[in-house]
Each structure stands twice: as C-alpha cells, then as structure tokens.
Design a protein around this ligand. Sequence first.
Ligand SMILES: C[S@@+](CC[C@H](N)C(=O)[O-])C[C@H]1O[C@@H](n2cnc3c(N)ncnc32)[C@H](O)[C@@H]1O
Length: 291
Amino acid sequence: MHEPVMVAEVLEHLAPARGGIFVDCTVGAGGHARAILEAGATRLIGLDRDSDALKHAASALEPFAPRVELVHADYRRLGEVLDARGVASVDGLLADLGVSSMQLDAPGRGFSFRRDEPLDMRMDRTSGPSAAEAIREADERTLADVIYEFGEERYARRIARAIADARGGIQTTGELAELVRRAVPRRGPARIDPATRTFQAIRIWVNRELEGLDAFLAEAARRLAPGGRMVVITFHSLEDRIVKHTLRALSAAADPGVTIRTKRPVVPREAEIAQNPRARSAKLRAAERHA
Ligand SMILES: C[S@@+](CC[C@H](N)C(=O)[O-])C[C@H]1O[C@@H](n2cnc3c(N)ncnc32)[C@H](O)[C@@H]1O
C-alpha cells in the first residue's frame, strides 16, 4: 500500500481543522485525504487520473463517504471539475505529484523493470499512447532529449541510438531495461540499476508530468478562498523548480494575492526516510491566499 509522505507537515500547512472544502488533486490511495478528513475538513473532493487509484481511495475513505466525492480527472482540469459542482472557492488544496508506489508495484502497469511485462507506463490507461507506442513513434533525437532532460542521464544519446536500432521495436519493460543496461558503460558495482533514470524519463514524458503544472498551480491559487492554503509535494528536481518559480511569480502578482509559507522547501525527517525510502526526494511547498 502507498505510504503518504510528510502527513504531519501537510496538516500543519493545510490546517484542515478550520473546516471547509478541501481538494486533494492527487488522491491516490487516499492516505493524505484520510488525514485531512480526520483533522476536520467538512468536505473533500479527490481527483486522480488513475481509475485504479480511485478504487483504493474509495475503500480507504469509506468511513467518511458522506463527506467525500472522488472524480476521475486530470488536475489540469481543476477549474472545470469545481465549476461542474458549483464550487467557486475552496479552503485548501493538496497536490502530491508523481506516481504512487501502488502504480510502480502493481503488476500489469508497465512502470517497473523489476518484472517483464508490456511497456505501458500510463497513469490514465483510458487516454494517450503507451510508452511502447510513444517510443515507436518518436525519432532518435526526441528520445535522446527526453532521456537527457527528464532522466538527467549522461548516456542519453547512446541509449536513444540503441532504442532506434532495436529491430521490431521495444514491447516490454524487460526489453527496455536490458537494452539500457547494455548501452550504458559498466563502471564498478552499480548502486542503482542503470535503467532507473531512463525509466523515470520515459514515464515523465509519456504522462506529460511537467506540462501545464504552472497553469494548474495558478488556477489552484485563484480558487483559494481568502485565508485558504495550498500544499504541493514533488519528488523530482525539475518539478520542484516549476513549483518554486510559479509560487514566487504568484506571490509577486497582485492577483490572486498569495503569500509563500515555506521560504525553503520542507523535507521529511530522517526517521520518516528510514521508514519510507520513497520519501527521500520529497519536497513540500505551501502558500496562503491573502485574507
Ligand atoms: C504520489 S501519489 C499520491 C498519493 C496520495 N497523496 C496518498 O496519500 O495516497 C500521486 C497520484 O497522483 C496521480 N496523478 C499524477 N498526475 C496526475 C494528474 N495530472 N491529474 C490527476 N492525478 C494525477 C497519480 O495517478 C497518483 O495516484
């Protein structure tokens, strides 16, 4: 099961004990949502683009069902989702970005090189091409740029060349992992699998994880009621950079008028990292709408 990160820190910045309407834009397994409801939120709207995640969230949030609505939607459609429910403004908003451990670990999703299965990697399996299809359609240059930029992989060009040379294309996670391991020079005992960075890059690309993040944050800020709070957790430096710059730009603008609550990003305590290694790269930033 997915372990929510920095729950105490999320509650401190979101302050759901105030009551009111809260939106969890990435409800996942519902860990944060549950804590927000337990702390006193009056109503919670939970979004996720992954319908499997929504099933887990529904069961985790069952005790709070009358106060919860779960919606299969991309958070980039936040405005539309709130308008459709007649909700003009909300008291708090959480976005815990990226993939969940459930997505990474569940068989058949094609996110992990730990098992050999069709290379899918889509968070929302109802839309867009799978990773195998996207790779098949892309030219070598695009693949090299994706692997270099989103994976910070120094051997991106070699890997892209090997992918382009693969006869019959790449169908499975195992094929891609093996190809990357062969393309990357071996230097001493590897601490992490050489395929890790390429898998991360292809996942970010296929799910367009960085696209529209700035516009989403601006819409989130606009939707906050006076005194409302937003909290964003990232797991990747490129993502955190977008969040940092967008919150800064929003706080410098007169409208909607927000104050950044976290001068530096909040990171998990050592004890949490020891217990949940996935928390290691988490960074939390928060802002508040002027009263
Ligand atoms: C890190 S997990 C969230 C875990 C959740 N906070 C919990 O406590 O279980 C991220 C979730 O965001 C979802 N997600 C990622 N990008 C999304 C997007 N653009 N729109 C909606 N959901 C998205 C993923 O499907 C995944 O379930």
